[in-house]
Write a protein that binds this ligand. Sequence first.
Ligand SMILES: [Zn+2]
Length: 90
Amino acid sequence: MALSEWSKLLCDCGSDQFIQVVSLQYHEGQGTSPPRVEGFQCVSCKKKCRQDKMIKDLQLKKKKAEFEALRQEIEPEPEKVKTSDTPSAY
Ligand SMILES: [Zn+2]
């Protein structure tokens, strides 16, 4: 698993689709401002998404996967450990 690769951020509901939420401003004499990005909203559950939280979730998920891989390396599953029939290994 390469940490440098792009990963999709996921909403709590599992969706990876978001819509941009913008605010519009008006100033007397100057008209309207360009839309200001206020955040993103999940397309599926309509919840406002917090990118920092989703990034943390993603990092945690990767760490858990790394931990699981390491754990299996250090402590192989008991059923996978074969009692060697060849004493020459010692
Ligand atoms: Zn959602």
